[in-house]
Write a protein that binds this ligand. Structure first.
Ligand SMILES: [Zn+2]
Ligand SMILES: [Zn+2]
Length: 151
């Protein structure tokens, strides 16, 4: 999802309200085995204050994880808030403002990278996930397998 901000960059005091939904089709390429389970909804604003353009937004995310212990897949919901300074001049590498080439912002790219920075890299479907039986491989959350019955 590309936002054209050329005019906003040029006009002090300009403000753009964001109320966007990034459709799943735009999210398919992200996630390597895990994936977004629903479109991402975004609410926020982009404001030009005396030439300084800032972006603030909140997003709700539904993400399909793979449990590290039982390997089952499950969906968890999150809400995040992010803020950035936007620049249309090529930013120097030490600057963490977001470079908008030609005044265009790729909101999908930015939102997804913000989200991946926040999502846990190790996660369990439940704190007390019982995992897989080391002998037969059954998911023990679904019931016992009998392997340890003799002990
Ligand atoms: Zn699990
Ligand atoms: Zn077993």
């Amino acid at each position: 999802m590309i936002l054209q901000l050329k005019r906003l960059f040029e006009r002090n005091g300009d403000r753009l309200a964001l109320d966007n939904v990034i459709p799943l089709e735009e999210l398919r390429d992200y996630g390597e085995g895990e994936s977004f389970a629903a479109p991402i909804s975004i609410k926020g604003s982009i404001i030009n204050r005396a030439g300084m353009v800032s972006l603030d937004f909140a997003c709700s995310v539904s993400f399909r994880h793979t449990c590290d212990r039982c390997l089952d897949s499950f969906v968890r919901d999150y809400s995040f808030e992010f803020e950035h300074i936007l620049t249309k001049d090529r930013a120097d590498p030490d600057d963490d403002s977001v470079y908008c080439e030609g005044g265009a912002l790729d909101l999908t790219e930015l939102t997804v990278s913000d989200i991946f920075a926040e999502l846990p890299t190790k996660i369990l479907c439940a704190e007390d996930c019982k995992g897989l039986c080391p002998i037969c491989g059954k998911n023990l959350n679904l019931g016992g397998c009998g392997c340890n019955a003799e002990e």
